[in-house]
Design a binder for this molecule. Structure first.
Ligand code: AGP
Length: 607
């Protein structure tokens, strides 16, 4: 949600600190700010509403010089988007400053108590109570560490908190509970960040904090302790696999386009994941009586496609529940396996589903993109998808990679339980190996045409995305893409569902996209085309996503994007790339904020 960064060094860090929140901006981007300790131990704050670029210019961040500082980029939860609600927040005596990610659920009670004790509040955020609480405790216990810990013990809810204080100007205090926080270790300089993008430009060595821990970080030390009893914790330093170049736009106008174009490589990476890891997941899936696959938003649709692949190629139909609903629907016990899917590995709802599963003794696995993320560390088995940093708030390459990995797990399970032969599995794998070239071909050959269609249809305010079987989750995912990047209303549904009500909407104001399978999927093909015919019979516009046919036949589409002949196993994945481009070009035509659409955040770490 929000991005947090901190640096403790011996020399001026102002430029580096601004860069840190620039790199974290995809986590939240309604306002941002910096608190810097200057040489005399005074804290200077600068903050405002707007993107890092805008605020940096408005406030001239560069004038805040210092060697210890914290910074924050916000995605508002409590309190509107205003300058006073932007982080960092200051204590009454200006001796402490704090930035926070998460939600403090008992903030109202604490605020009333602190107000009664004479504290003056300047914002309407839940965060501000934390800084007054530390100040309040400090008056009583006269030790920053004791005050910080006492304050953390009083907080209910989720937090990654970072604090600087004039009382101890050579260090940063930080703590986490259910919101990510990690520490980057440099040479006489240490970094704190809500994810590795905060400091990946400077160091690849990191220590991951666990829930209910705090840390005291100076330029050459980092001490981790447990909040409950102050016990010192030892933790291994991990080497991060990404580098800063991977998180640059590399000549593309937007990260979204760059990430769409990275998909051929991302598919290769997904196929190169150690087969033993894949088989481990397949075994887990088959050994237990019930298998759940869960995710939310895009990863819910990814889970759904996994469900279809499992059903078709492993003869097992897993339960797929959106992770925000998991606790209210799932039946979980020790005979249950849960596979969670998440790009960030930090999404609150999916983490919560895993926690629920673990508390009911389920065996858990996660497919995640971010190394060292909370999910990666809490599950029994983990697959790191290796898609590289996904900076655009809209998920594209990570989703495709997750689909491929789930298809691989389904195939491995199919071989294990005899649903398919090893030879057949090798055949499907070979088809997957051809997918990168097919995607490249679509990107090179079809982009122009897709762009033209997007421009011509950009006046349309409502879209239906329709598919059957494995094409149905892809249709839903494609509708989500259209909504989130172009702000155009879109619904994805099974094409067979159309005639049960939604068909009443068909008129000149609503466009449909039909995901037609290759013709060898005979039944699916016929049924999907009949839905397109139903729409055409009502004069509706239908864009068909089709594959080259053996013999030319007249298809019931207004327009069509014809893809090269593709095996059914990989066909839905190729169509998804087309739909990503359609959303992207619609959004660029409508001049949307592509990489940071309004109201969204890359990783949603609150309930
Ligand atoms: C995707 O484009 C989204 N903005 C969103 O639905 C996302 O997929 C969802 O929040 C889950 O995130 P995760 O993969 O990081 O868990």
């Amino acid at each position: 949600m929000c991005g947090i960064a901190g640096i403790v060094a011996l020399e001026d860090i102002s430029a580096r600190l601004v860069q840190s929140i620039r790199n974290l901006e995809y986590r939240g981007y309604d306002s941002c700010g910096i608190a810097m300790l200057n040489g005399s131990g005074k804290i200077k704050i600068s903050k405002n509403i707007g993107s890092v670029e805008e605020v940096c210019e408005k406030e001239n961040f560069g004038r805040l010089k210092g060697s210890v500082g914290i910074a924050h980029t916000r995605w508002a939860t409590h309190g509107g988007v205003t300058k006073s609600n932007a982080h960092p927040h200051m204590s009454c005596d200006n001796g402490f400053s704090i930035a926070h990610n998460g939600i403090i659920s008992n903030h109202e009670k604490l605020r009333t108590r602190l107000k009664n004790a004479g504290h003056r509040f300047r914002s309407t955020t839940d965060t501000e109570v934390i800084v007054h609480l530390v100040e309040d405790w400090h008056r009583k216990v006269k030790s920053v560490e004791k005050a910080f810990v006492a304050a953390m013990r009083e907080l209910d809810g989720t937090y990654a908190v970072i604090l600087v204080t004039g009382h101890e100007p050579d260090r940063i205090y930080c703590a986490r509970n259910e919101s990510p926080l990690l520490i980057g270790l440099g040479d006489y300089v240490n970094y704190i960040g809500s994810d590795l993008n905060a400091f990946i430009d400077h160091t690849k060595n990191a220590v991951f904090m666990e829930d209910k821990e705090y840390a005291i970080v100076t330029h050459d030390s980092c001490i981790l302790k447990r909040i409950s009893d102050g016990e010192t914790m030892s933790r291994q330093v991990q080497e991060l696999m990404w580098d800063s170049e991977m998180a640059q736009k590399g000549g593309f106008p937007h990260y979204m386009l760059k990430e769409i174009y990275e998909q051929p490589q991302v598919v290769h990476n997904a196929l190169d994941i150690d087969p033993e890891l894949v088989e481990g997941f397949a075994r887990m899936a088959l050994e237990k009586k019930t298998l759940h696959i869960t995710g939310v938003g895009t990863t819910f649709y990814v889970s759904q496609i996994g469900q279809y692949y499992f059903s078709r190629y492993a003869g097992v139909t897993p339960m797929v529940i959106s992770s925000d609903e998991f606790r209210f629907l799932a039946q979980v016990d020790k005979d249950t396996a849960i596979i969670a899917v998440s790009q960030s590995g930090e999404t609150y709802d999916t983490l919560n589903a895993l926690r629920y599963g673990k508390s009911h003794h389920a065996t858990t696995g996660a497919i995640v993109n971010v190394m060292g993320s909370s999910m990666a560390r809490m599950v029994d088995q983990m697959i790191l998808q290796g898609s590289g940093p996904e900076i655009c708030v809209i998920s594209t390459k990570a989703a495709l990679s997750q689909m491929i990995i789930l298809a691989r797990i389904a195939m491995a399970a199919g071989v294990m339980n005899g649903r398919i032969t090893a030879k057949q599995a090798r055949g499907y794998e070979a088809q997957l190996r051809e997918l990168p070239a097919a995607i490249e071909n679509v990107l090179n050959e079809k982009s122009g045409f897709i762009h033209t269609i997007a421009q011509q249809q950009s006046h349309i305010k409502h879209w239906l995305f329709l598919g059957r079987g494995r094409y149905y989750p892809v249709a839903r995912e494609s509708a989500l893409k259209m909504k989130e990047v172009s702000y155009v209303h879109a619904e994805g549904m099974p094409s067979g569902f159309l005639k049960h009500g939604t068909i009443a909407l068909i008129d000149e104001n609503l466009n449909s996209v039909v995901f037609a399978p290759p013709e060898e999927e005979k039944e699916l093909y016929k049924l999907t085309l009949s839905s397109a015919e139903e729409i055409r019979a009502r004069d509706g516009y239908v864009l068909g996503l089709t594959f080259k046919q053996k013999k030319k036949e007249k298809l019931p589409f207004t327009e069509q994007i014809v893809l090269p002949k593709t095996p059914p196993f990989t066909a839905p994945f190729l169509q998804m790339v087309v739909a990503q481009l359609l959303s992207y070009f619609t959004a660029t035509t409508l001049k949307r904020n592509i990489d940071r659409p309004r109201s969204l955040a890359k990783s949603v770490t609150v309930a």
